[in-house]
Design a protein around this ligand. Structure first.
Ligand code: EPS
Length: 429
């Protein structure tokens, strides 16, 4: 498949037909594309699997045929998700990697449902000695609410599925979606913004991205700022001494989206709403912000809204020349991409499994007890930055395919090219 950074939309037809002829050509090209199918399949994913079950499974539907799968990239994202300073013993046992069970042939999608599987080496769900019942729910975890919901006093029935181990399956889904986005020049960059009061003020943009990726790779906490990383590590080390845990803030920046992905016409089609839902769906996330986020409330409109300008030199770029001197909107206006980078921030609470426990009760006796301890992490914020970057990417891929849909990558590419051609020539006569 042709890679999009070849910027196919810049290859204009020559000699140029008349405006009326051009419109007819576009209409017939689009009609041809669309006559091959009636309904665009929505890109979706589901996961299944328990933390200590045999495997985690991801089912993806609606991926066009002909997408080249970069399995090394998917597995590298899974490896990154396993890392970060402050992780517990589990990650020394596992070596997460996907096996494709369906929907992929000779490295390419076929258009059929895709199934990816990640085996759990620490599989012991039915072994009651190694994986005993849990009766003292951890404050902050799903233990209490889940046990009551499913009418049991064994929190394990809930915690095995609620566990953040499931984020491996979601990271795999997002990384697969990024194989598609990359074909159209869309790249995601996630990092840790802060842990407790240790914070970095780096501002990623297209010009410093490579340098920041390198700095993030060099950081044990996935923060592209060596000084801030050092303080973050010190905070995690101290939490370990205190038998405590720490959370933090992670950020994802998505570059290369054309304007007009998503929609303003229905609430559930707004891309910012979908991104917010996906981020809040990550275990232990308590807040999500787009662009300036909550800080919008403390500024007048003149200091919030990003002035619009047109830069002739960027006419052939993904933003089609529509530029802003600031990006407080975080690349999203009215639920649609506006050509600026998408900026998402997520807040992860501290892990709710504390070595010293927290005040709780025994669900069988109702007596006051400290919460049970399960092997866990001191801090998983670095891992969460990888998860967030990938789940956000999946939502963008879903909206992208709604706009440029097709059964095959050839159709998606043709629809993308036709749109870029038309949008770059506005006003259409
Ligand atoms: C995790 C695997 C889990 C935990 C953690 C994340 O493994 P185990 O429970 O066997 O040690 O380390 O899960 C949680 C934080 C949680 O709340 O359950 C992983 O693979 O990310």
């Amino acid at each position: 498949m042709r890679r999009a950074n070849q910027k196919t939309h810049t290859q204009r037809p020559s000699p140029r037909p008349s405006p009326q002829g051009r419109e007819r050509e576009w209409a017939s090209a689009l009609a041809q594309q669309r006559s091959r199918y009636h309904v665009c399949m929505t890109l979706t994913y589901h996961t299944a699997g328990e933390s200590h079950g045999p495997a985690l499974t991801t089912l993806i539907n609606g991926m066009p045929a002909g997408l080249e799968i970069d399995i090394d990239f998917i597995n590298a994202e899974l490896t990154r998700r396993q890392g970060g300073y402050g992780r517990g013993g589990r990650q020394r046992i596992e070596s997460d990697a996907v096996t494709f069970l369906a929907g992929v042939r000779r490295g390419h999608t076929t258009g059929a449902p895709i199934v990816m599987q990640i085996p759990n080496k620490d599989s012991r769900l039915d072994d009651l000695e190694k994986t005993p019942p849990v009766h003292r729910p951890r404050p902050g975890h799903a233990d209490l609410a889940g046990s009551i919901k499913w009418l049991t006093t064994d929190c394990r029935e809930t915690l095995e599925r609620a566990s953040a181990r499931e984020t491996a399956a979601r990271t795999a889904a997002g990384a697969l979606a990024r194989c598609l986005l990359r074909d159209f020049g869309i790249e995601a960059f996630g990092f840790v913004r802060s842990i407790l009061d240790a914070t970095t003020d780096v501002q990623p943009d297209e010009s410093n991205l490579e340098q920041l990726i390198e700095a993030r790779e060099a950081s044990e906490v996935y923060c592209p700022d060596a000084d801030a990383s050092e303080t973050m590590i010190a905070h995690i080390r101290q939490a370990k001494v205190d038998k405590d845990t720490v959370g933090g803030i992670v950020e994802a920046h998505i570059f290369g989206c054309v304007p007009g992905i998503g929609s303003c016409v229905n609430w559930h089609e707004k891309l910012d709403a979908r991104i917010a839902g996906a981020v809040m769906g990550i275990q232990a996330f308590k807040a999500v912000e787009i662009g300036l986020g909550r800080a919008c409330a403390f500024r007048p409109g003149s200091q919030v809204h990003d002035p619009i300008a047109f830069d002739e030199h960027q006419r052939d770029a993904a933003n089609l020349g529509f530029v802003r001197s600031s990006n407080n909107a975080g690349g999203l206006e009215g639920g649609m991409t506006n050509g600026m980078p998408i900026v998402v921030s997520g807040t992860m609470k501290p892990i709710s499994t504390l070595l010293r426990g927290l005040p709780s009760i025994d669900l069988n006796t109702k007596e006051a007890q400290h919460s049970d301890y399960e092997r866990s992490d001191i801090c998983a914020v670095s891992a969460a930055s990888v998860v967030m970057e990938n789940v956000v990417a999946f939502e963008i891929a879903r909206a992208f395919l709604e706009k440029f849909c097709g059964d095959s990558m050839h159709q998606v590419q043709a629809n993308y090219d036709a749109f870029m051609e038309m949008a770059s020539q506005l006003p259409l006569e």
